[in-house]
Design a protein around this ligand. Structure first.
Ligand SMILES: NC(=O)c1ccc[n+]([C@@H]2O[C@H](COP(=O)([O-])OP(=O)(O)OC[C@H]3O[C@@H](n4cnc5c(N)ncnc54)[C@H](OP(=O)(O)O)[C@@H]3O)[C@@H](O)[C@H]2O)c1
Length: 353
């Protein structure tokens, strides 16, 4: 019989929290113990997430005090934070402090941007305010599970959605010495990447049937990607990143281009990438251009590589809410809890969304 690990989700009514709940419902070892809602404690989860009513018919959102009580009384908990950056660090710090006082041992995976940089200085330079709990930074490691065999720290910061797609494409280029370390990145994200709160940029009449760039060469994720890429590849690379808003709800498509550092054919590069990810159960490499619909709704990522002899292009697709957030976080939590990395994550993409 499987042991149920009590699992806590922060970030209540948000899209990523909803995706976490969906994955936890199908996970063989994680059992939802509590979901924090800052704005709707006591309300039914099914009211915010109609698609989850069948698996959480009676579950209600909890208050921070109720979540603190769980963390203090349950000897071992899995905590996922899908709270906004800025709020997440202090929230996690509060729960960890409570656990330390009570002698309990939670493991945390933070999906916000709060534990991606190693120092307060690096964080403040991008986010223009101090980190919410700088003393905790040393307890978190930020990387993709595909690029780090085990976390050296008790807790993990998830690199995020665009970053996951870009890092999967870029780290082999850097680590295998395939490309020069200036990487030109064009990425397209679906509207769920912007979260639940409606904005002009996510309003359906504005967004559907359209495609446009935003924050060209000035997106806050570029320095995060560079820091994580350097930590796992040893190469100090520059990421020239132009993000785009795409006319679909779920998924990310990224193209990374760079000058070749040594001669190679497309077939050789596909083989090199396939070998690099041979032991990564969620990454598929092929010569065929990857498509968003092949991964949407799943924890799988697909990559393809091509070269004209001078430039290399890597195409990378994944689901922003799943592999790029909730699924990638569950993958890390599986490892932190010494479970099989693939537990609860092998459902294929829907194919038609
Ligand atoms: N969307 C994506 O594709 C994606 C991918 C990777 C990473 N992320 C990151 O994951 C996190 C969640 O993203 P999301 O898209 O789910 O955002 P979202 O839809 O805007 O949801 C965030 C939720 O956090 C809760 N919240 C707001 N203020 C809070 C506070 N001060 N303290 C605690 N909770 C608060 C709110 O729910 P309650 O009021 O119910 O608590 C809100 O619905 C963000 O940090 C985001 O950057 C998102």
């Amino acid at each position: 019989m499987n042991t149920a690990i009590p699992t806590i989700v922060l970030g209540g009514t948000g899209y990523v929290a909803g995706e976490l709940l969906r994955l936890i419902a199908g996970h063989p070892n994680f059992k939802l113990a509590g979901i924090l809602s800052d704005s709707q404690p006591g309300e039914a989860v099914a009211k915010s997430f109609g698609h989850l009513a069948a698996v959480y018919p009676d579950t209600k959102f909890s208050s921070i005090e109720e979540i603190e009580q769980l963390v203090a009384t349950l000897p071992r908990t899995a905590i996922f934070s899908a709270a906004p950056h800025g709020a997440s660090a202090a929230l996690i710090d509060r729960l960890l402090a409570r656990a330390e006082a009570a002698g309990t041992r939670p493991s945390v995976v933070d999906i916000s941007a709060d534990y991606r940089f190693a120092t307060n200085e690096a964080y403040a330079a991008v986010y223009k305010h101090d980190h919410g709990a700088p003393a905790r930074l040393a307890q978190f490691t930020c990387a993709l599970p595909e690029h780090l065999a085990a976390s050296p720290t008790p807790h993990v910061g998830h690199p995020g959605c665009f970053s996951s797609a870009i890092l999967l494409a870029s780290v082999p280029l850097l680590k295998l010495g395939i490309a020069q370390p200036t990487l030109f990145v064009a990425g397209v994200t679906g509207s769920t990447g912007a979260g639940r709160k409606p904005t002009e940029g996510t309003h359906h009449p504005q967004r559907h049937s359209d495609l446009y760039a935003y924050n060209a060469l000035a997106h806050r994720h570029a320095p995060e990607i560079a820091e994580v890429a350097k930590a796992v590849s040893g190469v100090d690379a520059h990421f020239a990143f132009v993000p785009h808003s795409g006319p679909f709800a779920r998924g990310i498509h990224v193209t990374v281009q760079a000058q070749l550092a040594k001669p190679a054919t497309s077939a050789e590069l596909v083989e090199a990438f396939a070998k690099f990810y041979a032991h990564s159960p969620f990454v598929r490499v092929s010569a065929q251009a990857p498509r968003v619909k092949d991964v949407a709704g799943s924890n799988y990522a697909r990559l393809s590589v091509a070269t004209d002899g001078k430039v290399v292009a890597v195409m990378s697709v994944l689901d922003n809410l799943n592999k790029g957030a909730a699924g990638g976080a569950v993958q890390w939590m599986n490892r932190l809890m010494s479970l099989p990395e693939t537990a609860g994550l092998t459902a294929p993409a829907a194919g038609w969304t």
